[in-house]
Write a protein that binds this ligand. Structure first.
Ligand code: BGC
Length: 740
């Protein structure tokens, strides 16, 4: 090149660089405030580009703005691990070979740890896996309240108490989101049954809504600062939850100040105008808008696609609606997909396996631990020297329980079954009989197990049990349709697959039985007083076998506490007690007739004892509680009181105890539950060690929601602070008066 041309070329290059630098748009500059970037990006977008962002482009992605270099968003189930890749435009798995992950324990188990630090570790590990898999949003956590034991999705939620769920959900969200991956707390709200979930209309009092069902979602939004929230399939007070003026515009966005994205549950939108006006931001789904099969352009027919564009153009809905939705989506993109500072993540690491195992170990609840013969010691922990022949019975000992269950299904890199976990400790002392067989069934495709097969499996197990020193029974529910599974509720409260008969026949030949129940729900236990040791072991994911074996062997001292009550019989549950209109409804409507008396609030107030109460769980050691001391017996509304209690481990092994604070309002103008959980702390104690636990009480802990005044109210009068090892095992009380 001639010298003159070279100089000219350099000058042009310099100019171009300068002009590019000078013109770097605000939205691409990570150092600019996020709101300025949102406004800048929005100002550059066409109407069509804004509308495109508000609905899916594939089963699990929604568009960015390709012209502006704004990336698309990838959404992924959730909530117990990063789901395997799904095909672009069908519900089939894509069969990738790089998408095997850590399966973490189900959220019921996480709640049963009563350990917020573990919730943070869980969220952080899950977020790292999501990030490595290039996901921007994890569809979880789930915090619908455990209203009754038939809900097929209770295993994905955090139990029956709004305080427990609120405390546990926040660190999960913080843990996930620090990886630059958003959470999507679901299903907002009152999706408390799977039966008729797509259309059932829930009628509920303001009190029950605000005192029981909303608090965990509020905690997720206000304290957890979750970046997205998923609407529920059902209707609430006549309007679909995914476009609901009260729930989304008034409560979520106005009262709680939510600045993130509301996404439908998949296929949860039903009307363009309502979706435009009543708080929905992104429509995802399948077969939406009356489509019954897949098509390449189906996404254009979504309610928030072409029909929305047409309404905007005709002026039927205001442009401000799409500007608001697009702003929220852009904010989400800057927080996730366009966040250059987010870590790279990691997948299926030993550290994540350790988190999964620890959550499992701390979440397992020891329900019962009796000696087999009088004067001997409790059966657990197992003294291996006493047993030469240990028979493991039950399909759940060997069945993959990360498969099935619906959208929370996982493809773990490793899944250690209970049988494998026990074999690793007890070696060839272990033999195995399935005892029963469930087959696999999803969404109504049921694999039939014949009576002959059932009988022969049972006979084999009973014969082997006769000859064993100890039987470890590993049964419960599974992830089949109408068990712990999405899109259907359980049909009966009792154990399925003729397990009660199997258990009875085994007990008749060998009473040395340890039972470990794998389920996300309470079950009926007609044999309860004849089985010396019972563990509630949930769905524990990749490390299930190790966690169970460590607790049974005593390597880990159990410290889980129930996050929901186990009624003796189904009718003892408050929601079920009121019959069809309360649950499941008449197929169009249902009314939550138990109102605020959910779970232990019902059992306590109505004096209907549960078989195993909320907050209950045994240990291999003994904890002694001192008398609680309160800092004042007259509390002013502007003040706080503290309640102190000392807890001592008087047994021989180290252990953890969950010290619980309940508040009881002795007299109030509106009916209140007998007591409500308002604090808890998990303490770790060596043998002989004592620790002081301090709770703070403010008027907020004393309040109820006054539906006439539409606000939380603390009334003057006498209250009791109850310190308990469960909701019924109250160790001490302190009385005080709220004075105005
Ligand atoms: C479930 C959601 C899930 C979504 C996507 C729906 O059927 O209710 O919880 O996140 O599918 O798989």
């Amino acid at each position: 090149m001639k010298k003159r041309n070279l100089i000219a070329a350099c000058a042009i290059a310099a100019l171009t660089t300068m002009s590019i630098q000078a013109q770097t748009p605000i939205y691409l500059d990570k150092n600019q405030p996020i709101e300025d970037r949102v406004q800048d990006a929005l100002s550059r977008m066409t109407l069509e580009e804004k509308v495109a962002m508000t609905h899916a482009q594939s089963k699990f992605s929604s568009p960015g703005v390709p012209r502006l270099g704004i990336p698309e968003l990838w959404w992924c189930d959730g909530p117990h691990g990063v789901r395997a890749e799904i095909e672009w435009n069908s519900w089939g798995y894509a069969n990738w070979t790089n998408d095997s992950i850590t399966a973490f324990p189900a959220l019921t188990c996480l709640a049963a740890t009563w350990n917020p630090e573990l919730s943070y570790a869980y969220g952080d590990a899950l977020g790292a896996e999501a990030r490595y898999r290039k996901k921007d949003i994890i569809l979880g956590p789930g915090v619908n309240m455990y209203r009754h034991p038939l809900n097929g999705r209770n295993f994905e939620y955090m139990g029956e108490d709004p305080y427990l769920a609120s405390i546990m959900v926040v660190p999960y969200i913080k843990g996930v989101q620090q990886n630059g991956v958003a959470t999507s707390t679901k299903h907002y709200v009152l999706n408390d049954q799977e039966k008729w979930r797509g259309h059932i209309n829930v009628e509920i009092s303001d009190r029950a809504l605000h005192e029981i069902y909303l608090p965990p979602f509020k905690a997720a939004v206000v304290d957890g600062e979750g970046w997205t929230i998923m609407g529920a399939y059902n209707k609430v007070r006549g309007q679909h939850a995914c476009h609901n003026e009260l729930l989304l515009n008034e409560i979520l966005k106005n009262d709680w100040g939510f600045d993130g994205v509301v996404v439908t549950d998949w296929g949860g939108a039903h009307d363009t105008k309502e979706a435009a006006l009543y708080g929905l931001d992104v429509e995802m789904g399948s077969y939406t808008n009356g489509l019954t099969s897949e098509s390449d352009f189906g996404y254009n027919d979504y309610y928030l696609a072409d029909p929305y564009l047409a309404m905007l153009k005709s002026g039927e809905v205001p442009m401000s609606t799409v500007d608001d939705k697009a702003s929220r989506i852009l904010r989400l993109i800057f927080r996730t997909a366009m966040n250059p500072d987010r870590p790279w993540g990691s997948q299926a690491t030993p550290e994540h396996a350790a988190v999964a195992r620890t959550v499992g170990e701390e979440g397992i609840v020891l329900l019962r631990n009796e000696p087999v013969a009088k004067k001997s010691t409790p059966l657990l922990p197992l003294d291996a020297s006493k047993y030469n022949k240990i028979l493991v019975v039950g399909e759940n000992a060997s069945r993959s329980l990360t498969q099935g269950g619906g959208s929370s299904e996982l493809k773990p890199k490793e899944e250690i079954s209970p049988l494998a976990g026990l074999q690793a400790i007890y070696g060839n002392k272990i033999s195995y009989a399935a005892g029963y067989k469930a087959g696999r069934s999803m969404y109504g495709n049921v694999e039939i197990i014949t009576q002959a097969v059932e009988d022969s499996l049972r006979a084999e197990a009973v014969a082997m049990a006769k000859d064993a020193d100890l039987v470890i029974y590993v049964g419960g529910l599974n992830k089949n349709h109408e068990q712990d599974c999405e899109a259907g509720d359980r049909i009966t409260y009792s154990l399925p697959f003729a397990q009660d008969q199997l258990i009875e026949e085994i007990l008749a030949v060998n009473p040395n039985m340890v039972m470990t129940l794998l389920s996300g729900n309470a079950v009926e236990m007609p044999w309860v007083n004849r089985v010396p040791a019972i563990l509630q072991s949930w769905y524990l994911g990749s490390q299930a076998g190790n966690a169970i074996a460590n607790v049974l062997s005593g390597a880990v001292n159990p410290s889980g506490k129930l996050p929901f009550s186990f009624p003796k019989k189904l009718e003892d549950n408050g929601a079920i007690h009121f019959g069809e209109m309360s649950y499941p409804g008449d197929s169009i409507n249902q009314t939550y007739l138990e109102d605020i008396l959910v779970g232990y609030r019902w059992h306590d107030t109505k004096k209907i004892p549960a078989l195993y109460p909320f907050g209950y769980g045994l240990s291999y050691t003994i904890f002694e509680y001192s008398k609680p001391e309160i800092s004042t017996n007259k509390l002013l509304p502007s003040e706080t009181a503290t309640v102190k209690v000392k807890v001592r481990n008087t047994g021989k092994v180290a252990g953890k105890e969950v010290v619980q604070l309940y508040i009881s309002d002795k007299k109030s103008s509106l009916p209140r539950p007998e007591k409500e959980l308002k604090g808890f702390q998990k303490v770790d104690l060596q043998p002989g060690e004592e620790k002081e636990v301090i709770f703070t009480i403010t008027p907020a802990e004393l309040s109820y929601y006054d539906d006439a005044r539409h606000e939380w109210v603390a009334e003057p009068g006498i209250f009791e602070a109850l310190i308990g090892a469960s909701s019924t095992d109250i160790k001490g009380k302190a009385r005080f008066e709220l004075v105005f």
